[in-house]
Write a protein of this length. Sequence first.
Length: 297
Amino acid sequence: MLRDFAHTMTPPILANAAELLGRYDAIFCDVWGVVHDGVNAHAEAGEALARFRAGGGTVILVSNAPIPADGVEKVLAKTRVRRDAWDAIVSSGDIALRHIAEKGYRRLHQVGPGKRDYKLYVRLPEPQQVALAEAEAIICTGLVDDRNETVEHYRGLIEEGVARQLPFVCANPDLVVDVGAVRLLCAGSIAAEYERAGGSVFWAGKPHASAYDTALERAGELRGRVPELSRVLAIGDAVRTDLASAQGLGIDGLLIARGIHDRDLLVGGAIDPDRVAALFAPPGTPPAIAVMDQLRW
């Protein structure tokens, strides 16, 4: 019955996901906003994913975090996400590093909080940091001070980089992220302005194909064969990244409202059906098979 809604404009609102999850062999699940909020784990989401795995399903966490998978795993442990909730991790940090290696970039100008994202920076080719005037590409993991800066703080870098035709590697395509109750800008906000100014951007992660293509490959390795696309479900909290990635691959998508779209969809802590309809009304909006306030079994 749920699949009848998959291609309609307004998806149904679900309270529980057990019936829906039973229709799939693999889940590609977003991390920040679905399984934790940057501070604490969402316990019900962890339980749902663990129960899905216990029933024979495979869970690939697909994160736009600008760090390698082992760094994502440390964040999961710090926020106390249960370890039996996933099988493997695909991260934007790893996708960015692979792209840099494929392009052969050596002189990279880094933009981002070096201490927080050091796990990516230490894997860059030597020298690991050069001045913008000497760079052959820019690697951006975020704003240096995302609690006080805006994109305008990077206007000079954007203008000089575009003028020099420097490729811009965006290691986190998210525009914003919620850390507890605080919403912060991400690397994608700078990259979007760089692109608007005429620069060339490589987006390492969702909604671009490299993220879910890699997740599908990992699911195939773990299961012994690549699952049918009709048996794969994407779960995420963002239409722009998670649902767009699902649409691009041709799989179903489940939208979690208590994340990026909480201010768009929630009224008094509950999902408002009229707001759901409004979110999905614009032509070209990636579809969802259903919407939940948070993932729960």
